[in-house]
Design a protein around this ligand. Structure first.
Ligand code: CUA
Length: 356
């Protein structure tokens, strides 16, 4: 059998193996649905890489396995193989071709990055804030409407202006494909053009502490009309003056308020922080061995200065110590808008009181 025949065999086997592996990738590495305009160029790039990976793996494996079976030493053959002192032409070829391929992928990637990050017509800005361990969103072009879920009109490019309050977080909705870190002290930007109406889930893609895995938010892509209706309903907002302290407390505790529920459950199950159910006026065992009563003063101190008394079984420095400042800011905002005197800490304690 001539050399030529081996080449033909290997070429055929490499082609078959490459196609088979590429098809296998679609089964075992299937990407989630593509729901944004940015997903298309990224998926093309993924596709190119999958083909390249399939081909390289096949090229090496086919040659190796083919050689093992076809070029076996014959029984009784004790001679050495021929001595080979390299082959310049071959070495130049296997250096230059991969170099071209890698450069090609680099240029392709640069064009893709430019396409998904460049400003587009009719953009709309949404401010995103990430903190341990919740997300919140503000719509500066819609009168600063605030929400704990991200609602987006379909087929319009959204510019997310993102800020982190404490540590690095990362904005990731797999169906949109794009991902961007939120870095404390620096605003980062991400562009998304949702193309499919539906419900998605935003997750934090950067390990950011104890409750990192629960740092999620709902993402809803809706029609332009539904978006308008949602904004109008949002802008009406809650009227704090009309609410009881317990109702306000429940609102402050929710992800639309200060997201206490990210770490404190109201059903008795422990989380990053102690549960609020049945807490009020009950005895609390502290980490230093002493016991205290969960009265108004204890609860107030625990909210404003969380490291003062650590509950047995929980860690210090988990709860942010800046709620006093954040409450004061919000109290002033609402006070200016509704002309009422708020005490957010007292509202929260009233709410905890109701959770018996
Ligand atoms: Cu935020 Cu992980």
């Amino acid at each position: 059998m001539g050399r030529f025949r081996h080449f033909i065999n290997i070429i055929i086997l490499v082609i078959l193996s490459t196609v088979a592996l590429r098809l296998l990738f679609d089964v075992i590495l299937a990407l989630p649905m593509a729901a944004s305009a940015e997903a298309r160029p990224i998926d093309h790039l993924f596709n190119g890489h999958f083909w390249m990976i399939s081909f390289l793996f096949s090229l090496i494996m086919v040659m190796m396995i083919y050689s093992i079976f076809v070029f076996r030493r014959a029984d009784g053959d004790e001679t050495d193989g021929p001595h080979i002192h390299g082959n310049s032409k071959l070495e130049i070829t296997w250096t230059v071709i991969p170099l071209m391929v890698v450069l090609g992928f680099g240029v392709w990637g640069a064009f893709t990055l430019n396409e998904i990050t460049r400003p587009k017509d009719g953009e709309m800005t949404v401010n995103v804030t990430g903190r341990q361990w919740s997300w919140s969103f503000k719509y500066p072009e819609q009168g600063d409407a605030a929400a704990a879920e991200l609602v987006l009109p379909v087929n319009r490019t959204i510019v997310l202006k993102m800020n982190a309050e404490d540590v690095i977080h990362s904005f990731w909705v797999p169906e949109f494909r794009v991902k961007q870190d939120l870095v404390p002290g620096r605003e980062t930007t991400l562009r998304i053009t949702p193309t499919e109406i539906g419900n998605y889930r935003l997750r934090c893609a950067e390990i950011c502490g104890q409750n990192h895995t629960t740092m999620e938010a709902d993402v809803k892509v809706v029609s332009a009309e539904d978006f308008q209706a949602w904004i109008e309903q949002k802008s009406a907002g809650p009227s704090f003056a009309d609410m009881t302290p317990e109702e306000r407390g429940a609102y402050w505790a929710s992800t639309e308020g200060f997201a206490c529920v990210a770490c404190h459950t109201t059903d008795g199950t422990p989380s990053a922080g102690p549960t609020w159910q049945g807490l009020y006026m009950h005895n609390v065992k502290l980490a230093d061995g002493s016991t205290t009563e969960a009265n108004d003063e204890y609860l107030h101190n625990s909210i404003i200065d969380p490291n003062l008394q650590i509950v047995d079984g929980f860690l210090p420095n988990v709860m942010p110590g800046n709620f006093g400042d954040r409450f004061a800011e919000r109290e002033q905002e609402v006070g200016a808008a509704e002309g009422i005197d708020l005490d957010i800490s007292a509202d929260l304690i009233a709410y905890i009181k109701s959770l018996q």
